[in-house]
Structure formats: C-alpha cells, structure tokens
Design a protein around this ligand. Structure first.
Ligand code: SAH
Length: 349
C-alpha cells in the first residue's frame, strides 16, 4: 500500500487520517502545526507528540523534506537560486527575490516540463513527473528556514506548467494560504500558465483570489505557435476567451507575460497587434527581454527596443511594466541552474 504523504494532507484530511489511527483530533492540529508553521524537518522535534506515535508515523508514512543541493547568490541584487533534491533524487529549482514589499519565492511545479516552449531551458529534457503538494510547500518552507524571514509572496513560475498539475496545485494553494499554516494571502500568490484554455476555466471556477499570469509572448497565432507548441492545440482566441472568463469569475486582473525576442515579436507591428488584442479591461502586460539559453539561438532586444516597445503600448493606453530582471548573473531563467548542475555532475562522473 502507498504510504500516506503526511505533508500533502490539508488539515481536514490529516484529521480524518489521525482519527483512523485512533488518535484524538487535536493530535492532527499539533502535527499540522509542526509541519506547516514550525516547518519541522524531522519527527524528533515534535516533542508534544507521544514517542510511539512519532515512531508509528515515521515508519508508516511519507514525510517530505527537501534537501538543499546547491544555492547561488546573485552579486547584483542578492537573489538566491536554490537547487533542491527530492526524495527520489530528482532536482528542482526555486528562486528567492527581495522586493520592497517583502520576500518572494518562485517555485517549480513539475520536474521538467512537456510544453516545449522554444526559449525555455526547463523543457529541454521533457517532463519527468509532477510535484506533490508537499514538494511545492517544502520549497517555500526550506527557503524561509534558510533565511529566517517570513516569505510574503509566492509565484508558481519556476520549472513546469502548473495547470498540467492542477489538482496538486490547488491543494498547495489551499495549504499555503491556510490560516493554520503559513497563511500567505492568496492575493500574494501568482500562478503562471502557458495557456491551456480548459484548465484556465477550471481554475476560474475555484474562485481563488490569486493572480493569474498568462505567458502570451506573441499577439498573433502564427508567431505564438512558433514560440510555443502548446498554442497549436490552444488557439489564441480560445485562450483569451478563457482569460476573459477568469476575469469575470474572479474579478482579478490578469497579467500577460510577454517575452521579447529580437526580430521575432519586438517590432512596431507586434506592439500594435498586442494593443488590439488586449484592448479590453482586466489586463496588464509584463515585458521580459528573453534570457538567452545556450541551447537555443534566440537573442534579447537591446534596452532601447524594449523601452520603445513599452512606449508604444502605453500610447495605445495599455497598462505595461518591464519586469525587473533579477539574478541574471546566476542563470535566472527557469531550468538553467538545474541543467547546469546536471551537466556538471555528468562531467564529473
Ligand atoms: N509554464 C508556466 C510557468 C513556468 S515559465 C508558463 O509558461 O507560464 C515562467 C515564465 O518564464 C513564463 O512566462 C515563461 O515563458 C518565461 N520564460 C521561460 N524561459 C524564459 C527565458 N529564457 N527568458 C525569459 N522568460 C522565460
């Protein structure tokens, strides 16, 4: 029988489980507190639980704790990029960034990714597997413990397509925003998707207060298909229709991520087409010059082109920002650290 994954259970499910073991329900609250507030990394610390119970849980259940395999610290802005080892030896990366309003952690939702976006390092080796809710939570927990500061914001923008792992993602969001746990406000949580229309609608029905970010990257179907294979099965008009639905259902403004690639989507025509596409309420554009990865031949536009693109959008009345580039000196883009680390290990062995 599969072992119960204790840290992936929301409090109500943990209570049901503990009751099934013949334990009073307050034991579930104690255990939940140890795991999700004290962020304990072993049963040894849980001194208010009877020793026999701790032994029973240790041998009968799964207790997920991520191991820090590497960390790189940016000399430019202090951004920290963590590489964590999962129980099965797989590696995932997470990034810590400090903003004026607090500490933000960018987490991975899968090991690898099957979406195939041409500019992205995470997808090069394909999808290995989904992360469990506990493995997503643990990325935040280990980083909070490492820096000794309260994490205030979470962005699901690391490796993987979060909506490809929707059930676990929803459990993760419920648990990290739970008042019995770290209690991170849903308003401070962002989920970024490459755009699967049906899944966006499913997420909308949950009526969460999180921010949805759509990786748009092109204002027309042909260019989008060139950059993102997923666009073939999810035509632009359907994705935008799903985003409009999301806005109607939740009242939450949607961020459109637009990764600028020199000579591909950074000209005046693209800006005009983009303005036309989103000339409606509820959207905000975030421009990101592509972070070139060595496996692909894409180039970032120069800063003048980026600023020019932004100005054009503003003239059309579009709400737009340029994403602050953080940690460029430490392979900031998704999947780059994990790839580099694996390559280094390949070279060493
Ligand atoms: N699968 C999700 C989340 C992971 S990618 C998604 O597609 O949104 C997070 C963001 O980083 C996406 O907007 C993605 O397009 C962008 N990204 C990936 N590789 C990048 C690169 N090399 N340079 C700039 N942005 C990149």
């Amino acid at each position: 029988m599969k072992k119960k994954d204790l840290k992936s259970l929301p409090l109500d499910e943990l209570t049901t489980y503990m009751t099934s073991l013949g334990q009073p329900s307050y034991r579930a609250s104690q255990l939940y507190r140890w795991m999700h507030v004290s962020l304990a990394d072993s049963f040894d610390a849980m001194t208010n639980l009877p020793k026999e119970l701790r032994e029973q849980l240790r041998s009968g259940c799964k207790f997920t704790v991520l191991k820090q395999a590497d960390v790189q610290v940016s000399r430019q802005d202090g951004t920290r990029k963590y590489l964590f080892e999962l129980g099965d030896g797989n590696l995932v990366e997470s990034v810590l960034m400090q903003y004026r309003h607090g500490w933000s952690v960018c987490i991975s939702s899968q090991v690898g990714c099957r979406m195939g976006c041409v500019f992205c390092a995470s997808t090069i080796g394909g999808l290995v597997r989904n992360l469990s809710p506990a493995e997503m939570l643990e990325q935040v927990y280990r980083i909070q413990m490492d820096i000794g500061e309260r994490i205030t914001n979470v962005v699901v923008m690391g490796t993987g397509e979060p909506l490809d792992n929707l059930t676990n993602l929803l459990t993760f969001i419920r648990m990290i925003s739970d008042g019995n746990g770290l209690n991170i406000s849903q308003r401070n949580i962002t989920v970024s998707t490459c755009g699967q229309a049906t899944k966006i609608k499913e997420l909308a029905k949950e009526k969460l207060a999180i921010t949805l970010a759509l990786s748009l990257h092109a204002p027309d179907q042909a260019t989008r298909e060139r950059l993102m294979p997923i666009a073939k099965s999810n035509p632009l008009f359907k994705v935008m229709e799903a985003c409009d639905y999301y806005y109607q259902q939740t009242g939450r403004r949607i961020t459109l991520e637009y990764c600028l690639v020199s000579g591909v989507n950074d000209d005046a025509k693209s800006a005009a087409a983009l303005a036309k596409l989103i000339g409606r309420v509820g959207y905000h554009v975030n421009l990101i010059p592509v972070n070139p990865i060595k496996e692909r031949g894409l180039k970032a536009p120069n800063p003048y082109t980026v600023a020019g693109f932004k100005n054009k959008l503003e003239k059309y009345g579009i709400n737009v920002t340029i994403r602050r580039e953080m940690g460029r000196d430490i392979d900031g883009a998704c999947g780059q650290l994990r790839r580099r680390f694996s390559e280094r290990q390949d070279e060493e062995t």
